[in-house]
Ligand binder design. Structure first.
Ligand SMILES: Nc1ncnc2c1ncn2[C@@H]1O[C@H](COP(=O)(O)OP(=O)(O)O)[C@@H](O)[C@H]1O
Ligand SMILES: [Mg+2]
Length: 287
């Protein structure tokens, strides 16, 4: 979340293009190695003396990137504990309240929440909880943000999740502020026949292949999505149209293999369904 420390309200009105570009650049930085992978296995030419230094540099860069991109802020309770951050946190909370009040900023909706773009920063959106009854039975916004943080460095041929910027847990506002994906959900794509957006090179089979590998990599980290339907998988608007996985409201983290049971299968069951839907849509366009 951009810091507005020291700026007056007038300063944040119009879109700040260079700020926006800088964030986009940060988002596009390679997230490096898949989580958990040992760098040494990738380096054939052994450089015994320099390698630890190189590894340390990579970790430093990743830490810096994480510090810039992931800023956690919450509502009034947090402010009481961290009065020094009052201006910045209040600003973020007020901004989300304001742009999520305007329906023209709405990007999509699901069972629990609605997602709104920040009209001043094209890389930012907020998922705002609307259905409290359902919310109480699902992961809280801090837990869901935790999943996005755990997965922030996982990138399988471009397939990934939106980067989290923070969450708000206030009495009247529960929201996750995150990277706005320039993407469309499989559900919206196939129901709106939004084929004008897509070039010929969109290949449903390759898309689902990448998605499957992403899901397996997620499972290797002990994370099970639990709700991988067409509304929770997005397709990048730009070629090569990679998959994005969103909505960790029903996800589980399981550390001990005995507890996993049928969790992997639950996720895998969604894949043929997504594949069939995309193929049918594609055939319809090609006619
Ligand atoms: N990071 C994002 N960038 C752009 N659109 C998003 C993003 N996250 C969600 N959306 C849109 O909002 C819809 C609802 O979000 P989701 O997290 O699935 O909410 P719910 O938990 O209510 O199902 C998605 O189907 C998608 O269209
Ligand atoms: Mg959803």
């Amino acid at each position: 979340m951009p810091s507005n420390k020291g700026s007056s309200k007038e300063d944040i009105g119009p879109p700040n293009q260079s700020y926006d570009d800088a964030y986009r650049l940060l988002e596009d930085l390679p997230t490096g190695l898949p989580a958990g992978e040992d760098l040494r296995s990738r380096v054939d030419i052994a450089l015994p003396e320099e390698l630890p230094e190189i590894i340390k540099r990579i970790h430093d860069i990743r830490d810096q990137r994480a510090a810039i991109l992931h800023k956690t802020f919450i509502g009034s309770r947090y402010l009481q504990a961290h009065p020094e951050e009052f201006t910045e946190v209040r600003h973020a909370v007020d901004a989300v309240r304001e742009y999520s009040d305007n329906q023209s900023n709405r990007l999509g909706s699901g069972r629990v929440a609605e997602v709104y773009k920040n009209p001043n920063f094209s890389h930012v959106c907020a998922k705002v909880v609307r259905n409290m009854t359902r919310y109480r039975t699902e992961n809280s916004v801090d837990v869901e943000t935790g999943f996005l943080e755990d997965l922030a460095d996982l990138n399988v041929d471009g397939a990934r999740t939106p980067h989290p910027y923070g969450f708000i847990e206030d009495i009247n506002l529960r929201a996750i502020v995150m990277e706005r994906l320039h993407a469309i959900s499989v559900d919206d794509l196939t129901s709106r026949r939004a084929h004008i957006l897509f070039s010929e090179e969109f290949d449903p089979a390759r898309f689902v292949g990448t998605l499957s590998r992403y899901v397996e990599a997620m499972h290797d980290l002990g994370i099970y999505h639990g709700d991988l339907h067409e509304g929770n998988v997005m397709v990048s608007i730009n070629a090569p149209h990679t998959p994005y996985v969103i909505d960790f409201g029903l996800s589980k983290k399981i550390y001990f293999s005995e507890e996993v049971k049928d969790e992997p299968e639950k996720d895998r069951r969604f894949l043929p369904q997504i594949s069939a839907k995309l193929k049918a849509w594609r055939e319809n366009i090609d006619k």
